[in-house]
Design a protein around this ligand. Structure first.
Ligand code: FO1
Length: 317
């Protein structure tokens, strides 16, 4: 309980990709749904085969609904692939795999968006339909699109990540539409009103999962003005990402792929960074940046790992 027995403040988690969803699952088992607010990256979203696909929202929904395909890190478990097989025969685009159950998500989301519902309302309805009590907010209801600048030209994120399998050499990123995008009021108003007691940046890719959220107009200022701590969990352990291209991106950007570089990336915004036991030697170097360091096991293999890391972060606020 907070001082004076006031209602405990909300904890906001900024999440993208698999690492984010793992920590959010842990958090959902450690605090009540009323106290947890998840802000999802939507700059990975894209229009494909006429559907609006929201990968980071869907990874959160499937993870919280216990429907996630954990070896892939995306889509549903126990999928059938009749749609893809039929699409292949028709000569359709099959580089982006849509399982039959997952397809229902894209059909229903696209139907609702086309009917004029906001992505916030659509996400709430779909999460509710799957029995999820945790509030998942898209970072914005406006269109923001990550473009990966590579040595062979600009690529829309999913083309880089899936079609090209992260092989092109990265030189930078841009988030088209971000200047005009309005941060989700459910997040930025809660930040400004003091209803959010702490913000946890999940172990997601800092460049393509977290920066699109932080770079939304007003978000950095609102985070700097809030009373509570901003904590980042490093997605890099011993120089590599647990999953995804973060370490490769860092090397191609000329940045050392280590936790100190992650701390540097968030410098001026985060009060604390949580690093893995394996990176304990970086503690002094990071403290010298003016960022507090906490060390624990950050590799989430089991549900217990997810809960322990969540509890560890909650203990720091
Ligand atoms: N990632 C892949 O590597 N291959 C795929 O075929 C693929 C399909 C897919 C379908 C729906 C969805 O929500 C996500 C999907 N992803 C796939 C992951 C997607 O690329 C996400 O952007 C990553 O999860 C990173 O955020």
């Amino acid at each position: 309980m907070t001082a004076g027995g006031a209602t405990p403040k909300t904890v906001a988690v900024l999440s993208g990709g698999v690492g984010g969803a793992k920590l959010v699952l842990g958090m959902s088992r450690e605090i009540s749904a009323e106290r947890l607010l998840v802000v999802a990256n939507t700059a990975d979203d894209f229009k494909h085969l006429g559907f609006h696909i929201s990968p980071d929202i869907d990874t959160l929904i499937y993870t919280l609904a216990n429907l996630a395909n954990n070896e892939h890190g995306w889509g549903r478990a126990n999928e059938s692939w009749s749609f893809m097989e039929a699409l292949e025969v028709l000569g359709g685009e099959t580089w982006f795999n849509l399982g039959d159950g997952d397809l229902a998500m894209h059909v229903e989301r696209t139907r609702r968006l086309t009917a004029g519902e906001s992505l916030t309302d659509v996400t709430a309805a779909l999460a509710d339909a799957l029995g999820i009590g945790v509030k998942i907010l898209p970072m914005t209801d406006d269109r923001v699109t990550t473009i990966v600048e590579t040595t062979t030209g600009p690529l829309m994120f999913q083309h880089y990540f899936v079609r090209e399998r992260c092989e092109p050499e990265v030189r930078g990123f841009r988030f088209d539409g971000i200047q005009d995008a309005r941060p989700n009021p459910g997040f930025i108003d809660a930040l400004r009103s003091g209803r959010i007691g702490a913000v946890i940046i999940a172990p997601s890719n800092p460049f393509v999962s977290v920066d699109p959220i932080l770079d939304l107009p007003g978000i950095r200022a609102a985070l700097n003005n809030m009373n509570g701590p901003v904590i980042a969990v490093s997605p890099i352990v011993k120089g590599s990402a647990i999953k995804g291209p973060a370490a490769k991106m860092m090397r191609e950007l000329g940045i050392r792929a280590n936790v100190s570089a992650v701390a540097q990336h968030y410098r001026g915004l985060v009060d604390i960074i949580v690093i893995d036991e394996a990176d304990r030697d970086f503690e002094e170097q990071i403290r010298a940046l003016g960022i507090d360091v906490l060390v624990t096991n950050t590799v989430m293999r089991t549900l217990e790992d997810r809960r322990n890391l969540a509890r560890f972060c909650l203990g720091a606020i």
